[in-house]
Write a protein that binds this ligand. Structure first.
Ligand SMILES: [Fe+2]
Length: 121
């Protein structure tokens, strides 16, 4: 049984949203899109029907586009949003360079890493 997200979570009802509330609502929308992406990809991975797999992955990819649309809207509404996102990206880039250097020192390529077996065994 699906449960639907409260569309007015964190909002006082009976009036229009403030800009800050709007941004929070947009972040909630992003979370809903990510949840949908995960759901559709899990279903695509769980079927061997080629048409169902293709359609589910296509819809999952469309949800990823929606994430980009919501994120872009937030970036337009908040002058500092892109700075925070860039800071996060820079931190990960720095760590990626460190890991690549460590792998190079050990003689492993970037493709040598895996996530391993995530199933219970
Ligand atoms: Fe969507």
């Amino acid at each position: 049984m699906p449960t639907f997200t409260d569309p007015f979570n964190q909002m006082t009802p009976g009036r229009k949203m403030t800009k800050r509330e709007l941004v929070r609502a947009l972040r909630l929308n992003i979370a809903a899109e990510e949840d949908a992406t995960s759901l559709y990809e899990a279903h695509a991975d769980a079927t061997d029907d080629p048409l169902a797999k293709k359609v589910l992955q296509d819809i999952a990819d469309e949800e990823r586009v929606h994430v980009g649309e919501f994120q872009r809207l937030i970036s337009i509404l908040l002058a500092d949003e892109d700075k925070w996102l860039a800071d996060g990206a820079a931190e990960v880039n720095e760590m990626a360079a460190e890991v690549a250097a460590e792998e190079a020192a050990r003689g492993q390529g970037a493709t040598g890493a895996t996530v391993g077996d995530l199933t219970e065994g």
